[in-house]
Design a protein around this ligand. Structure first.
Ligand code: GDP
Ligand code: MG
Length: 442
């Protein structure tokens, strides 16, 4: 039994673990790629460093080179960094109506366009009644621009009253939104060509007046090193809740996304993909990660190799189960598998139609805590006990439970579960011998 298991492991790690040198070599390339994608220098440096520590010592997948393996690890880390823990990309967190949404950013970043795009999206998709107001008092044409867009997309705009300050307009927008029964009112602010105190003070005053539920920083996705400065300033002086990256329809590789995310820690909510009013979509971390790194071929090559190995592993396991061999090591693997799924529970709860499945998993007691406790019990067994659970007598049980900080009754439950699963596997194996499973095994 153990020979077979270690055989699998040996295959998995035949090329050994990533050495510090493997990692350093590949990361030099990664750093260049990040800088070429316009990720800001300090952000690129920090990111590479964090991956360095994570990658060293990791196993190299069969038929993949160490360098390729590092690229895959970098890719995954990039996706994770970009995604953060934001499960609601593409949603605005708006409270009770009328909910104020404040749009901020430099001049020409795409605030006015994005305001209208989002208003359209929310009124069409979410059936929200939206009112838009331009607070750009510096350029009269800017107010007209929003009014024209509003007519084009069929969203109301606040009537223009000359001579008012941005704060006064914000106040009027709130009144109008309340009286008119709007769900959301969007405040499109003026920008500057670069950060200055006057702009920050003006935006901060509007924020204090409106108390926005969302404050979205609109950033031109083609900006490189400056993106960090912009994000830092707006975030520290106004406080933003999310980012919209515009002009991602261009050839820019979108490094600003990583810079924004790293510097503000705030989610990237939307991506602008053109001048048309429908040219906006929710942020997809995978896509942007691929674009920033520009090494999609390598990533998919490593993914294929990993899938291949997982398939081989599964096949070996099935063969053993068919012979009625199912020990505690196997049970632990199954639990780990469930844990991976459990990690998805939160995500599933968010998806339409999946809420029920997620609830069922909850009720079956397959939550993370239970799984962790069960695995801790297995960890506290000796190798021999794991391979042959039949030898688990009272004194061994006491020792194992104590080692895992649990009761013998907990262990008994686990043993019962193991027995049930072993029986099930055996039955499945018999079915397989009759040919039922064979087709599936290929
Ligand atoms: P504001 O000064 O921040 O309000 O910027 P505007 O909304 O007026 O946009 C400035 C210019 O950028 C306009 O010509 C927009 O059509 C254009 N623009 C905005 N978003 C995008 C985008 O996602 N892609 C492209 N290609 N152009 C955009
Ligand atoms: Mg504007």
């Amino acid at each position: 039994l153990s020979d077979r298991l270690s055989g699998v492991l040996e295959k998995l790690t035949r090329q050994g673990a990533l050495t510090e040198e493997d990692v350093a070599t590949a990361l030099r390339e990664v750093r260049v790629a990040l800088l070429e994608a316009d990720v800001s220098l300090p952000v690129a440096r920090d990111f590479v460093k964090s991956v360095q520590d994570k990658a060293t010592g990791q196993a190299v997948t069969k038929s993949v080179s160490p360098g390729q393996q590092v690229i895959k690890i970098v890719h995954d880390a990039l996706v994770q960094t970009l995604a953060g823990d934001d499960v609601n990309a593409g949603e605005l967190k708006v409270g009770s109506p009328p909910a104020p949404v404040l749009m901020v950013g430099l001049q020409g970043s795409g605030k006015t366009t994005t305001t209208a795009k989002l208003a359209k999206r929310m009124s069409e998709r979410n059936k929200k009644r939206v009112l838009m107001a331009s607070l750009d008092t510096r350029r009269p044409a800017a107010m007209e621009q929003l009014a024209v867009l509003g007519m084009q997309i069929g969203v109301d705009t606040l009537p223009i009253v000359p001579g008012q300050t941005p704060v006064q307009i914000a106040k009027r927008a709130k009144q109008q939104a309340t009286l008119g029964g709007y769900d959301i009112y969007m405040l499109d602010t003026a920008g500057r060509l670069s950060i200055d105190d006057e702009l920050m003070d003006e935006v901060a005053a509007v924020r204090d007046e409106a108390k926005p539920h969302e404050t979205l920083l609109v950033v031109d996705g083609l900006t490189g090193q400056d993106a960090v400065n912009t994000a830092e300033n707006f975030n520290s002086r106004v406080g933003i809740s999310g980012v919209v990256l515009t002009r991602m329809d261009g050839d820019g590789r979108g490094g600003a996304a990583l810079s924004m995310r790293a510097v503000t820690g705030k989610p990237i909510k939307f991506v602008g993909l053109g001048e048309k009013m429908d040219a906006i979509e929710e942020f997809h971390p995978e896509r942007i990660a691929g674009r920033i790194l520009g090494m999609g071929d390598i990533v998919s090559l490593v993914e294929k190799a990993q899938e291949q190995i997982e398939a081989e592993q599964a096949e070996r396991m099935m063969k053993r189960f068919q012979k009625g061999q199912f020990n505690m090591n196997d049970l632990k693997q199954q639990l780990e598998q469930m844990q991976k799924m459990g990690g998805m529970q939160g995500v599933m709860g968010m998806m339409p139609g999946m809420g029920k499945l997620s609830k069922q998993m909850d009720e079956a007691g397959l939550d993370d805590k239970v799984l962790k406790r069960q695995m801790a019990l297995i960890d506290s067994m000796t190798k021999q006990e794991r391979r042959n659970p039949a030898i688990l007598q009272a004194s061994r049980k006491k020792r194992i439970a104590k080692g895992a900080g649990m009761e013998v009754s907990d262990l008994n439950k686990l043993i019962k579960m193991h027995r049930q699963m072993a029986d099930m596997m055996k039955k499945m194996g018999k079915m397989g011998k009759k040919g039922l499973m064979r087709g599936g095994l290929g």
